[in-house]
Design a binder for this molecule. Sequence first.
Ligand code: SAM
Length: 307
Amino acid sequence: MRDSASAVSRSKGTAGDQPNQTMPGSKPAAGLYLVATPIGNLDDITLRALKVLKGADLIACEDTRVTGKLLSLLGIGGTSLAPYHEHNAERARPALLARLRAGAVVALVSDAGTPLVSDPGYRLVRACLEEGLLVTSLPGPSAALTALQLSGLPCDRFLFAGFLPVKAGARRQSLAELAAVPASLLFYESPRRLADSLAAMEAVLGPRDAAVARELTKLYEEVRRGSLAELAAHYAAAGPPKGEVVVVIGPPAEAPAAGEAELDAALTRALAASSLRDAAAAVATATGLPKRQVYARAVVLQAKDGT
Ligand code: SAM
């Protein structure tokens, strides 16, 4: 393995074969370090993260108070912090790039977990790559992947969808776009909107297995598993949960093996003539198949059709 920054391809647009810039005993080379930090449990900080955070000339972070507190808990003092978040990213980027061009070691962290997942970090990465500046990643905690692991749902194929829109119409539209995706779906969600979102997920995606993962890696870590309908009913009755949550939803049901083509043909005809709900009800009556199963298949067909 090469171990000097000069060995890194710095030509414009070249990803390069980047060396490990944090070998034991070596000072980090100049460049941008994407550093994952704990999502609750301080012990999840990695040895590489500690080394780079200690050795960085500058730490770019979403909220200087949050990262300042983390650094103090980790016993790291004296490193400068610079805010870099969705509201100031355009203004703050040129100064960060200037520091990087001048040979600084810049660490990029988010409030918690893996930076770039639901924050503007990727634009900084793109800008660095365009200039041939070193970019490397220190992997670590991720709320999305931790929730997926604990969900008990298929992990071989998944789609991370971030936060859903807040307004009900836009949220339904986003969910409809995902209805036919043959993979588990992952969402970040605010506890206040959780019950409404689960109900919308059930209405648009149809009956599916799901899990709500809360306070991951923390003292009160909890994963509640059930159908979307059961989870929606639970949180509607119990009220918003405390802490942070990730929602994981299993993939759509396979179409029934027997009569699959006939069901699809009947639904396609009915969808051309009526609303999703009416089409599903009519076909369920005509075929004698369970309403929920026909509705779930209708959602998939409609989404595939782009209607
Ligand atoms: N960068 C982070 C990561 O790697 O997962 C995620 C940041 S995202 C802006 C914040 C969202 O992640 C929260 O709203 C919540 O949905 C989820 N999250 C973060 N920490 C969590 C935890 N300990 N337990 C459950 N969800 C968490």
